[in-house]
Design a protein around this ligand. Structure first.
Ligand SMILES: [Cu+2]
Length: 318
């Protein structure tokens, strides 16, 4: 059972991080976490009994990296190899070759790796904000898998948060003509009470007292081009996830005309950062939009986009 920040005693397994190996790429501020976990799993393998995969030198592997954690942002690297990102959140993107990749809770990346030579290569999932990592081993059949527990130095090119600008769709993702509806949503919170808000509202979730809980839907209409501007006013990263749609994540906020904006359903928003995305309302229903850090979700950081079929709308059935 994880414990909330400050309640867990410091042990050998939970050391205070130092240096920027533990921060977001390019950031000098410490990366804040809610919970210091004593360990992590990679495909059900632990550091004591690591996940391994045998292949041949020259093999081209497609790795599907999925952050299925509750609340952890990982930085991923494979010893001695670059990774080429070809897909994110199930959508193809122009290939981007990186040395390491930051992946927020609920994000997915497919990467291609060509195994250069015979050997044992550790796949590191190093968490930001604390010293732990989980290691798996990709090795050639002629070599015994030997896990390397040294934390990578993460030199070289970094992919993922906060450099989403490198992600581009291989096709035009602009939406058909339609009414534009814009929402400016602030990621906020009330730290004395451990409550997290989305645009000033606390969604009625497990840890939200009834006195402040509110479900105020974000009303849109069928056929709308919905533009969402997120601003993170807090000191933590929030992996924001939309149900029922993929959105165009703009490389540069405000550039709504960008033709090849990457399609995603989850975007990490760093402290102080501003992110713009756009989606087409073509799937009527009540769609949750929430922080995928499950402690933040349980403490209110969610809203619902709501729409039915608009009889006069441009996509109404004929
Ligand atoms: Cu959050």
């Amino acid at each position: 059972m994880p414990q909330i920040r400050g309640e867990q005693p410091q042990t050998e397994a939970v050391k205070e991080p130092t240096g920027d190996l533990y921060n977001l790429p390019g950031a000098n501020k410490p990366f804040n976490v809610d919970v210091n976990y004593p360990g992590f799993l990679l495909n059900a393998g632990s550091n004591k009994d690591p996940w391994t995969f045998a292949c041949k030198a020259g093999d081209r592997l497609r790795l599907r990296l999925i952050n299925g954690s509750t609340a952890t942002t990982f930085r991923v690297a494979l010893d001695g190899h670059e990774m080429t990102i070809i897909e994110t959140d199930g959508n193809p993107c122009e290939p981007v070759t990186v040395d390491n990749l930051t992946i927020c809770t609920a994000e997915r990346y497919d990467v291609l790796v060509t195994i250069k030579e015979s050997g044992s290569f550790s796949l590191h999932w190093a968490c930001l904000g604390q010293a732990n990592q989980v290691v798996g081993v990709i090795h050639t059949g002629d070599v015994k898998p030997v896990p390397n527990f040294e934390r990578p130095d993460f030199s070289g090119r970094a992919g993922g948060l906060p450099d989403y600008a490198a992600l581009r769709s291989p096709y035009d993702t602009t939406r058909p003509e339609g009414p534009i509806k814009t929402f400016e949503l602030e990621l906020g919170g009330m730290m004395q009470k451990y409550l997290w808000s989305l645009s000033g509202k606390y969604y009625p979730e497990l840890y939200v007292p009834e006195s402040v809980a509110e479900n105020v839907p974000l009303n849109i209409e069928y056929g709308d081009r919905v533009r969402v501007r997120l601003t993170n006013k807090t000191m933590m990263v929030h992996p924001m996830h939309l149900h029922g749609h993929f959105f165009r994540l703009l490389a540069k906020p405000g550039n709504w005309g960008q033709g090849n904006a990457a399609m995603k359903d989850t975007v990490g928003v760093a402290p102080g950062q501003h992110v713009d995305f756009e989606f087409l309302a073509d799937n009527p229903g009540h769609w949750f939009f929430h922080c995928h850090n499950l402690y933040h979700l349980a403490a209110g950081m969610a809203r619902v986009f709501h729409y039915g079929i608009n009889p006069g709308g441009i996509f109404a059935p004929k």
